[in-house]
Design a protein around this ligand. Structure first.
Ligand SMILES: [Zn+2]
Length: 112
């Protein structure tokens, strides 16, 4: 196992470690949403890099899922409404349909 040949003095070790401190991130404001973000990195909030959409963020996925849900709900609602509309229309149609053939039948019978 490799071992140090000599003891490193307190000062020498501390001098070396003087540069290993964690530095602050260079934060800049996002051009799209004005949120602070690390420089040269796509915005984690909105997924924009410069003025281009690059990332699909969690919020985007949530919005897409919500849109899909809403569209499905709207489609279901429209279907039920159309069924409801069709049902009352069909009921009078049935009566009219029943009346019309009678008239036709009468006409037919008159013709005969
Ligand atoms: Zn942003």
């Amino acid at each position: 196992m490799a071992l140090p040949k000599k003891k490193i003095s307190r000062v020498r070790g501390r001098t070396r470690r003087a540069h290993s401190a964690v530095k602050m991130l260079g934060l800049v404001l996002c051009t799209n949403c004005q949120q602070p973000k690390p420089a040269h990195i796509a915005c984690p909030q909105c997924g924009f890099y410069g003025n281009k959409k690059v990332l699909n963020t969690k919020t985007d996925k949530r919005i897409a899922a919500r849109l899909k849900r809403d569209q499905a709900a709207a489609a279901r609602k429209a279907k039920t409404e159309s069924n409801k509309k069709a049902a009352p229309k069909s009921a009078p149609k049935k009566s009219s349909a029943t009346k019309a053939p009678k008239g036709q039948a009468k006409k037919d019978s008159d013709k005969k």
